[in-house]
Design a protein around this ligand. Structure first.
Ligand code: S3P
Length: 442
């Protein structure tokens, strides 16, 4: 069935597995967003294949259409963009509604701060409660004029005709969204904009800018860009999203008898923390057929079930697996012994408070999961059955779907419509792999 936000969607997942066969999960969300943004700002034609047709990346696509960019598709993952150049966007007729998508709002804040026209950015209840000061603060230092609601949240009013000047910014949090927002503002700024990060974060923006011929200087943890150059349209082949593959990496690891191949998965080293963490827990994952696709590394991943054991997750891996913790918590619940996560307070300000929501759900299923301010302590055990809330968070809904593979009875998950933001077709692909999952409208 096609999921829609009009009603709540409830997943009912019967216990047991195994998972087997071959899957290609949908395209990478981060790269899909950037393909629309940078393709729109480029001179000439950009062709995107493997584009994620999820609600988040479609929100970005609609926003650029509303700013006068001719974009055709998506048609089976193919999108064609007639770039308008850095100065070619037009004022949208109305506010740009970015739905649930933090990436759209944070990256576009920077990009729109440099335009000659004003824009209003809005989002759903979750996005409207997420912190935007982290971009509004440094963008304001560059000369941007942005009004946020009390508490530094959306809606954001971005005033046009600001004169931007480059800054040298030391990010207090390891955030690719903040880094990218400032680099996109830097395209419009006088002089150099430099961003230093406290730990490596995903570098798709830098890679795509470079691929489009825009000079980017990187040294160590610092990246710099200067305004006034030109982007050139290119062909972009979006790999399968490792953050979506993650559900199946864990599912096949915990369900005895599983043997699953995940095809064409993006293996950018700023994203592969999930593989390192699972391998440290004892997972059997082989990285096959490694190749480079348009400046991004890609591989096929074979995962076979294996007994997992608890670990202390190295804090350096946290930003490299930042979106995968809901399902890593499920792996920990199925592992022998204790898993400890620290240094992950960012999880509290994602689409939901992923520390609290996952601890609540795991406890409902009978697992000893203790939330801490910056992580969780989980004692591996036996998953029971029950009804858990996803709080409208796509990754929580998919993580608990995988938990059913090792549960004693049915797992019911509420509020799952937002799975469509990042993984359209999840239920169908999960069924194909061997999960007994039904989505019902309530
Ligand atoms: C993203 C960066 C990450 C990640 C988000 C997508 C991106 O957020 O959680 O899902 O595309 O830049 P932070 O950079 O805020 O950690």
């Amino acid at each position: 069935m096609t999921l829609s936000k009009a009603a709540d969607i409830r997943f009912k997942v019967a216990p047991g597995g195994p998972l087997a066969g071959r899957l290609r999960v949908p395209g990478d969300k981060s790269i899909s967003h950037r393909s629309i943004m940078l393709g729109s700002l480029a001179e000439g034609h950009t062709v995107v294949t493997g584009f994620l047709e999820g609600e988040d990346s479609l929100a970005t696509l609609s926003a650029f259409r509303a700013m006068g960019v001719q974009i055709s598709g998506p048609d089976a993952g193919k999108v064609q963009i007639e770039g308008v150049g850095l100065q070619g966007l037009q004022a949208p007729a109305a506010a740009l509604n970015l739905g649930n998508s933090g990436t759209s709002m944070r990256l576009m804040s920077g990009l729109l701060a440099g335009q000659a026209f004003s824009t209003m950015l809005t989002g759903d209840a979750s996005l409207s409660s997420r912190p935007m000061k982290r971009v509004v603060g440094p963008l304001t230092m560059m000369g941007a004029r942005i009004d946020a609601s009390d508490g530094g949240t959306a809606p954001l009013r971005i005033h046009g005709n600001a004169t931007l000047a480059g800054i040298d910014y030391d990010m207090p949090v390891a955030s690719a969204q903040v880094k990218s927002s400032l680099l996109l503002a830097g395209l419009y700024a006088r002089g150099q904009t430099c961003v230093s990060e406290p730990a490596p974060t995903r570098d798709h923006t830098e890679r795509m800018l470079t691929g489009m011929g825009y000079p980017v200087q990187r040294s160590g943890n610092r990246v710099c860009i200067e305004g006034g150059h030109t982007l050139h349209g290119i062909a972009i082949d979006v790999p399968a999203d490792i953050s979506s593959a993650a559900f199946f990496l864990v599912g096949a690891s915990i369900a005895p008898g599983s043997d699953l191949l995940l095809a064409h998965v993006g293996m950018n080293p700023t994203r592969t923390g999930i593989i390192d963490i699972l391998q440290q827990m004892g997972a059997d994952i082989s990285v096959l057929n490694e190749r480079d696709v348009g400046g991004e590394p890609v591989a096929d991943l074979r995962v076979q079930s294996a007994p997992l054991h608890g670990i202390d997750i190295p804090p350096r891996l946290v930003p490299l697996a930042i979106d995968e913790f809901p399902v890593i918590f499920v792996a920990a619940a199925c592992a022998q012994g204790r898993t400890v996560l620290t240094g992950a307070e960012e999880l509290r300000v994602k689409e939901s408070d992923r520390i609290q929501v996952m601890a609540d759900g795991l406890q409902t299923l009978g697992i000893d999961a203790q939330p801490t301010p910056d992580g969780m302590v989980i004692e591996g055990g036996t998953l029971g059955s029950g009804c858990v809330g996803s709080h409208g968070d796509h990754r929580i809904a998919m993580a608990f779907s995988m938990a059913a593979l090792r549960a004693q009875g049915e797992v019911e998950i509420s509020d799952c419509a937002n799975v469509n933001t990042s993984f359209p077709g999840f239920v169908e692909q999960a069924c194909q792999a061997g999960l007994t999952i039904k989505a019902t409208r309530v």
